[in-house]
Design a protein around this ligand. Structure first.
Ligand code: SAH
Length: 476
């Protein structure tokens, strides 16, 4: 049974439990967590139900309820433990459209009872669509530990301030940001520690401040999304995504990462695929500025790290010029992720003492001249060179490196789609790469790692494209 979770209001109408035994008592107790009174239809009440009836929490009604007794109920639980009677009750309830549950008889149910973590105003209901009740119980035990026992008091306090906040702060980002700061800050801490007067004072102050500042202060977070695997997001990146009003994201950002964004956040692709012209940088800058000025929390989400070939610097300049508050959240850059996945170190005491990140393209999309790089110096040292955006220019790069004096057999390892399900690795040498105009059949995005470290044993499957002797001789 696939179910959709909702919270039902009893709205003064008592739910009905059919049956007077122990099972009926268990279900009645559960309902009494929220219902003031539960109607129990039974011939006779067992000890526990009889006691609840004495306390006025259970109202005993005649057994074998029919259409009139079931119509209009917020919900019905048939727990007579008599299959025929439970089926009969379930059939009537279903015909009337009244939600019905029969314990352990999935086919007779229209709703499932969740495992509940009860913190008063704050309730967590856990369902597994009946697939794994034990798992639900385990989750419940875990949440019981994780959720602060005074969460209820905090929610009630927030409830008390709700109207006042609504009067002082306009609906939308302004109000939401206010509550986020309250729940993340000192006021919530005080309340959870049991210092209610302090919590009240702090919330009062925060309301005054927020309404005096004339609206929320927008800001832009330049966030590194990492190479693709959402597990490689930083905690700060996840927090930024959860707080975002709007997310401008690049083409390289995967769906798994976007799933971490706040459900109501606007997700806007501004991806730059090579060759395909998407939103120009000036327009992206203008959009970031406009949204921040409107008071929004703007997340500019970029693959890898925002400051490694991410044009983060240009956006930073534009935002600074407009005095917009900025935060930078670093990310795992593709080259580093590729090395981790291969299990080869980028520096190594014996073979590599420096790492250079190089772009395989130059601004404007021209073929790279690498005039700005002292390749000879790099060739003579124990250096690791990581080339980004080098899929179509890999062969040219290898050629230049050979001319600069790199040895033809120098290992190169390329990783396509690092950290993603479709990751692919190819090992070769610069001589072979230089002779391959198609760049080893690699597809973008890929990074190429040049250097002795690329020849260290790598983990996992690596396609080997060995240098032919002919190729090696040509460059020797
Ligand atoms: N800011 C990004 C780089 C953006 S430039 C970072 O720090 O990783 C785009 C280039 O990054 C691609 O052409 C490719 O070389 C590299 N890249 C990005 N994601 C990658 C991935 N998952 N696997 C391999 N290379 C990737």
């Amino acid at each position: 049974m696939r179910t959709f979770p909702v919270f039902i209001s009893f709205d003064g109408k008592p739910p009905l439990v059919v049956g007077g035994g122990e099972l009926a008592a268990v279900k009645t107790r559960l309902l009494l967590k929220r219902a003031e009174i539960v109607d129990v239809a039974a011939n006779a009440l067992g000890a526990e139900l009889a006691k609840l009836a004495e306390q006025g929490q259970v109202n005993c009604v005649p057994p074998a309820p029919g259409i009139d007794q079931l119509r209009g109920r917020p919900l019905v639980i048939a727990a007579t433990e008599d299959d025929e009677e439970d089926s009969r009750v379930s059939a009537i309830a279903r015909a009337l459209g009244v939600p019905v549950n029969v314990p352990d008889r999935l086919e007779l149910c229209t709703f499932a009872l969740p495992a509940i973590v009860d913190r008063g105003e704050v309730t967590v209901a856990i369902g597994t669509s009946a697939a794994a009740p034990v798992l639900a119980q385990r989750l419940r035990a875990w949440l019981e530990q994780e959720l602060h026992p005074r969460l209820d008091a905090l929610a009630k306090l927030a409830g008390e301030f709700r109207e006042h906040v609504a009067e002082k702060l306009p609906a939308g980002p302004s109000r939401r940001h206010f509550w986020e700061t309250v729940f993340d800050g000192a006021a919530a801490d005080a309340m959870l520690k049991g210092d209610e007067p302090k919590a009240r004072a702090l919330i009062g102050e925060a309301i005054e401040q927020a309404s005096a500042s004339g609206g929320p202060q927008g800001r832009v977070l330049l966030v590194g999304a990492g190479p693709g695997d959402p597990e490689l997001l930083t905690l700060k990146a996840v927090r930024a995504l959860k707080a975002a009003d709007v997310v401008f994201y690049d083409r390289l950002v995967g769906d798994g990462v976007l799933d971490c964004a706040r459900r109501e956040a606007e997700l806007i692709p501004v991806g730059k695929a090579k060759g395909a012209h998407s939103v120009p940088q000036s327009e992206i800058n203008a959009a970031l500025i406009e949204r921040a000025k409107a008071g929004q929390i703007v997340v500019r989400l970029k693959g890898g790290d925002p400051f490694v070939f991410g044009r983060g610097g240009e956006e930073l300049d534009a935002l600074r010029a407009e005095n917009i508050a900025i935060e930078i959240v670093p990310g795992v850059t593709a080259g580093v992720a590729a090395a981790a996945s291969l299990q080869i170190p980028l520096t190594h005491r014996d073979v590599s003492h420096t790492v250079t990140f190089v772009s395989g393209h130059e601004a404007g999309g021209k073929e790279p001249s690498f005039a700005h790089l002292d390749l000879t110096a790099l060739a003579s040292g124990n250096n690791t060179l990581i080339v980004y955006m080098g899929v179509t220019t890999g062969a040219v790069i290898a050629q230049r490196l050979l001319e600069a004096g790199f040895r033809p057999g120098l290992p190169v390892i390329a990783v396509e789609n690092a950290s993603r399900d479709d990751e692919r690795r190819v090992a070769t040498t610069i001589a072979t790469l230089a002779a391959q105009p198609k760049s080893l059949g690699l597809k973008s995005p890929a990074v190429l790692i040049f250097g002795e470290v690329a020849g260290l044993p790598a983990s996992g499957i690596v396609e080997d494209i060995l240098a032919s002797e002919e190729v090696a001789r040509a460059y020797a």
